[in-house]
Write a protein that binds this ligand. Structure first.
Ligand SMILES: Nc1ncnc2c1ncn2[C@@H]1O[C@H](COP(=O)(O)OP(=O)(O)O)[C@@H](O)[C@H]1O
Ligand SMILES: O=P(O)(O)O[C@H]1O[C@H](CO)[C@@H](O[C@H]2O[C@H](CO)[C@@H](O)[C@H](O)[C@H]2O)[C@H](O)[C@H]1O
Length: 443
């Protein structure tokens, strides 16, 4: 029988090669230079199941990552083994504490044990395991010391009866740097859900397949859904405000926001020189955010809202994954911010959905026109829906043009960094949007 420390040694030795091959690994832009265990919890002895937090070192950064490993799995990653994954659910159902790792169900939830877990296969930053048709357990791969905002915001929204989230059902926590740290979140699984990205890109494909018809004439028109999605996002913002409050941004908050956008731009342009021609126009757009009339309300927001973070169920749209941008520092992700950032994130996503089908394709003017048409129609419908349901503190986004534009461009700069690190072939999507929005390229 393998001893836990022998398994840990073997796993850690393989990490520099193994980690960069994992979709969820957020540091693919640099080599892994070292890895060392920070905490080890033996969850089961036979078969051996070990929960491991490792510190991953890369040039100029280090971060804790979570692994679930077993000697009975070939590459040691136990998240792919249905029975071993099922142990995590059992431990949550039992409210167990195992070798320092604390498994709890939410006080108002009952969790059924004895189900096998299977990982979902979509592209993502974490690993999510689905149990039967009831539960989904997200294991946060890159750990944030302290409570994860995904869990904190889900709990707050559930408390005020928000209709647009999946119910939080449980958590897994452990000590890291002396603080209780969320490593997993169990939620209600919606088996009938389709994500917004799949629906939107299907609609774009329908439009592109039609030679003559316009976006409002083809069967797969998405504008009605986009409008309802706008209403759902506004309702979640109103619920977050109700649960956790809001403030008026002070002059130095706005200063800080502009400075942060400029700093991010400076950092990203270092890594991605293709962004350089747009720097003056981007800086100007960020500075113009100061010209927004009236008070700007700030509150807890989603922070990384896009079409892949919304699920269409038979009961309407749900928002998932309130973790914020995986690459951003935790202080920024948990800060009070303008809800218009989420609106901007979704507007970017409509642009992505419209243009991603053109990636790697030969130039086709007709298809490019179609993509723009789809994007404009659905962005307008989403904004309309948002305005219909917006809380008075936020109001109609269309009255906040400078701020919204700055947030959209800031998000596109983030996407440039994200695509550069994760999907270089997609880099043209945010770059061409920046060219279009700033007027520094073809429209
Ligand atoms: N409650 C849920 N019901 C059904 N599917 C879900 C649920 N939560 C997440 N998913 C699916 O899992 C995917 C990844 O979830 P997400 O929270 O976005 O993880 P990540 O942080 O890794 O991006 C989503 O795109 C969605 O397809
Ligand atoms: O879902 P995550 O929290 O892991 O978010 C990261 O990955 C997203 C891609 O999966 C990325 O989103 C970008 O690509 C989407 C299409 O795949 C598009 O809908 C988004 O608008 C675009 O930002 C997201 O930025 C990143 O944080």
């Amino acid at each position: 029988m393998t001893e836990p420390h022998d398994l840990v040694d073997k796993v850690v030795a393989e990490l520099p090669e193994w980690l960069p091959a994992q979709r969820w690994f957020g540091g693919k832009d640099r080599p892994v230079t070292a890895a060392r265990p920070l905490r080890v919890s033996v969850l089961d002895a036979d078969p051996l199941l070990v929960h491991l937090v490792v510190e991953v070192e890369q040039p100029d950064r280090r971060a804790p990552y979570q692994l679930l490993v077993s000697d009975r799995v070939e590459n040691y990653d136990a998240t792919g083994d249905p029975e071993l994954a099922g142990r995590l659910l059992d431990l949550i159902a039992e409210d167990a504490t195992a070798d320092g790792l604390v498994f709890r169900h939410e006080p108002d939830a009952e969790v059924q044990a004895g189900l096998r877990g299977r990982p979902i296969t979509s592209e993502q930053s974490n690993t999510s395991l689905v149990f039967g048709s009831q539960y989904i357990l997200k294991l946060f791969r890159k750990l944030t010391v302290g409570e994860n905002p995904d869990l904190v915001l889900h709990r707050a929204l559930h408390r005020v009866g928000c209709e647009h989230i999946a119910q939080p059902l449980g958590s897994i926590t452990g000590e890291l740097d002396g603080r209780t740290t969320t490593v997993g979140m169990l939620q209600q699984f919606l088996p009938d859900a389709v994500d917004g990205w799949a629906m939107a890109t299907t609609s774009v494909r329908d439009l592109m397949a039609e030679g003559d018809l316009h976006a409002d004439e083809v069967g797969g028109d998405f504008a009605g859904e986009a409008q309802r999605l706008g209403q759902a996002v506004a309702a979640v913002h109103a619920d977050l405000e109700r649960a956790l409050g809001s403030e008026h941004a002070a002059a130095d908050d706005i200063d800080r926001t502009v400075r942060a956008m400029v700093d991010r731009l400076d950092a990203v342009v270092e890594a991605v020189p293709q962004l350089r021609p747009y720097v003056p126009a981007l800086r100007e757009a960020f500075e113009q955010a100061r010209d927004t009339p009236g008070a700007i309300s700030i509150q807890h927001i989603h922070g990384d809202l896009h079409l892949g973070q919304v699920l269409r169920t038979v009961h309407g749209w749900l928002l998932i994954d309130f973790e914020g941008e995986p690459g951003a520092p935790i202080a920024e992700r948990t800060a009070l911010r303008s809800p218009l950032r989420d609106v901007a994130g979704m507007l970017r996503s409509f642009d992505y959905a419209a243009h991603q089908l053109l990636v790697g394709q030969p130039e086709d003017h007709q298809l490019a026109v179609r993509a723009l048409e789809w994007s404009r129609r659905n962005r307008a419908a989403f904004t309309e829906g948002y305005a219909e349901a917006a809380a008075p503190s936020v109001g109609d986004p269309r009255g906040r043009g400078h701020l919204l534009r700055a947030f959209e461009l800031d998000k596109a700069v983030y996407e440039v960094a994200y695509e550069h690190a994760n999907r270089p072939e997609w880099l043209t999507v945010p770059l061409s949007s920046i060219a279009r929005i700033t007027g520094e390229g073809t429209r």
